[in-house]
Design a protein around this ligand. Structure first.
Ligand SMILES: [Zn+2]
Ligand SMILES: [Zn+2]
Length: 144
């Protein structure tokens, strides 16, 4: 049994793709528990009645995994992928490493700073593309 998360109506079959009562797509909405049909607060992580996780629908503005991965690989030195995903602290660190590294490039330390930021971003890019990093800073899942 599966209940409409928008209006609490019980679906006839598990195969139903949308609610026959309110027309909202299966899994959309956040007002009712999909497992027991009881009302839940939109921001609760777990249904207070039956204890199942109250899964958030994928937001319409979900970040793209491929975009984030490519940003990391090509522009990762500047932390662009972390700005994109909302990991501002990491993004600023990578950006600062690169910006400080450029004028220091004539001595070895600058080149090492740029290299460190680049390798770091490259590893994150691979982790994003392979799914090891699969949420943005707010915990929203990345889309394929
Ligand atoms: Zn409904
Ligand atoms: Zn429930």
């Amino acid at each position: 049994m599966y209940f409409c998360k928008n209006c609490g109506e019980a679906y006839m079959t598990d195969e139903a793709v949308m609610c026959v009562k309110c027309g909202v797509a299966k899994g959309q909405g956040s007002s009712y528990c999909h497992n027991c049909g009881k009302p839940v607060a939109a921001d609760t992580a777990v249904c207070m009645n039956c204890g199942v996780p109250n899964k958030k629908p994928v937001p319409a503005n979900a970040k793209s995994k491929v975009a984030a991965g490519l940003l990391a690989i090509f522009l990762g030195n500047f932390g662009v992928h972390n700005f994109y995903l909302g990991y501002v602290g990491k993004a600023v660190t990578q950006l600062v490493l690169t910006i400080l590294g450029i004028p220091l490039c004539c001595i070895v330390i600058g080149a090492l700073m740029i290299l460190a930021a680049w390798v770091w971003a490259l590893i994150e890019g691979i982790m994003i593309l392979t799914g090891s990093i699969n949420t943005d800073a707010d915990g929203n899942p990345l889309t394929d």
